[in-house]
Design a protein around this ligand. Structure first.
Ligand SMILES: [Zn+2]
Length: 389
């Protein structure tokens, strides 16, 4: 059995312990101690990181696993394999843990606020590296509700409510009971505002979680809403990141007055207008191109041929059809090419070219496309091939 020091004091950053058991695994080591300050994860709160040091070894703990009353710490081993009964010093990655405690405690307050204002229970909770999320069942949710939740939660946190842990065997007056624990329950009380069953770690006073800020909300299913939030220093960092992005975006669209959304809409409609104009020009260009091609064609053997290099293969494909009065149209754009033949010989022409030089590509009777490195030679061989056809 592992004594869980974090259960009654979540501010202990170092402790001494004794090795009860050790298991080697493919990826590292698992170690069982008689007592620990490292939270193994659960209830939406991630497992702690930490270091276990002993005589001649060091274990970097990156995960933990609960097995009944035991907490096994999982990590990588430097040095010798520890023996049972050895004394170790456990130290906690405190900055990371404290940030999780802040987010976790903020969640209790926010969940209590949402329950109070909208009667909605929190059904899920998870802390991530940059944000946390809760899930609630509600018909509808708006930014107006979000502001109300935030004002309620922050006002309560400002009251300097003491956070205490105790145990109870009754589920009476609890916001949430833990289904996992039978009999005695670990209860987190936030002043007179909230009491709930929870196995995680929390701060001592509600002011530590200020400010609490919801950053996003959206429907997960037709009934379940997901609310993302940040608290404490994380809230300040996150909001600054958002604001930096916001003002940079405002600069990018070339304007200074909000709302940004309207400025972006203006840009989109300008862009759509340009696309419309481009469509008109393209149509005119296509018409001119089709008139121009027969004028630049010349005789090669018994066929008429036109070479054109002022258009992309992609555009040519839109403009060229069998109505143009030329037997072969050859489009070259940098190292790509397209061959068109109203005589249905484009594929044949490509085969001929392949037999004479290094050409990649494929196609059918009317058109064939490909890529060539030696464009100069390509121009010459086309003439030769057309003569042979
Ligand atoms: Zn909790």
């Amino acid at each position: 059995m592992t004594e869980r020091i974090y259960h009654y004091d979540s501010y202990v950053k170092r402790c001494e312990a004794k090795v009860l058991d050790v298991r080697r695994t493919d990826s590292g080591i698992e170690i069982l101690l008689d007592r620990t300050i490292l939270y193994p994860g659960g209830g939406g709160q991630p497992a702690d990181f930490g270091i276990i040091r002993g005589e001649g070894f060091e274990i970097g703990v990156i995960a933990s696993r609960e097995e009944g009353d035991d907490v096994w710490h999982i990590g990588s081993l430097k040095g010798k394999v520890p023996n049972r009964g050895e004394e170790v010093l456990v130290s906690l990655d405190w900055d990371r843990r404290y940030e999780n405690m802040v987010q976790h405690t903020a969640q209790h307050i926010l969940s209590a606020a949402i329950l109070k204002l909208r009667g909605a229970d929190t059904q899920g909770f998870q802390i991530f590296e940059e944000k946390s999320k809760i899930e609630i069942e509600l018909q509808d949710l708006s930014w107006k509700d979000i502001v109300e939740f935030e004002i309620e939660a922050n006002s309560q946190a400002k009251r300097c409510l003491e956070i205490k842990v105790d145990t109870t065997d009754t589920a009476k007056n609890l916001r949430k009971i833990s289904k996992k624990v039978l009999g005695e329950m670990r209860v987190i009380r936030i002043g007179d505002y909230d009491s709930t069953a929870c196995g995680g770690t929390h701060v001592k006073n509600s002011v530590e979680v200020l400010p609490i800020k919801i950053t996003n909300f959206y429907r997960k299913t037709s009934k379940i809403w997901r609310i993302e939030f940040v608290a404490g220093d994380r809230a300040i960092r996150t909001l600054n990141r958002f604001l930096e992005d916001y003002w940079k975006s405002m600069k990018t669209v070339g304007r200074k007055e909000p709302p940004l959304n309207e400025r972006i809409r203006e840009k989109i409609s300008e862009y759509e207008k340009m696309l419309d104009e481009e469509r008109v020009w393209r149509k005119k260009y296509g018409k001119l191109f089709r008139e121009y091609i027969p004028k630049i064609s010349h005789k090669v053997g018994k066929y008429t041929v036109a070479f054109y290099e002022g258009i992309s293969v992609k555009d040519a494909d839109k403009f060229v059809d069998e109505e143009i009065d030329v037997d072969f149209i050859v489009i070259i754009s940098e190292k790509t090419f397209a061959l068109y033949s109203r005589k249905k010989m484009a594929g044949k022409l490509l085969e001929c070219l392949k037999s004479k030089m290094n050409v990649r590509g494929g196609g059918g009777d009317f058109s064939a496309k490909g890529r060539v490195e030696d464009v100069e030679k390509f121009r010459e061989e086309i003439i030769n091939c057309i003569r042979e056809l």
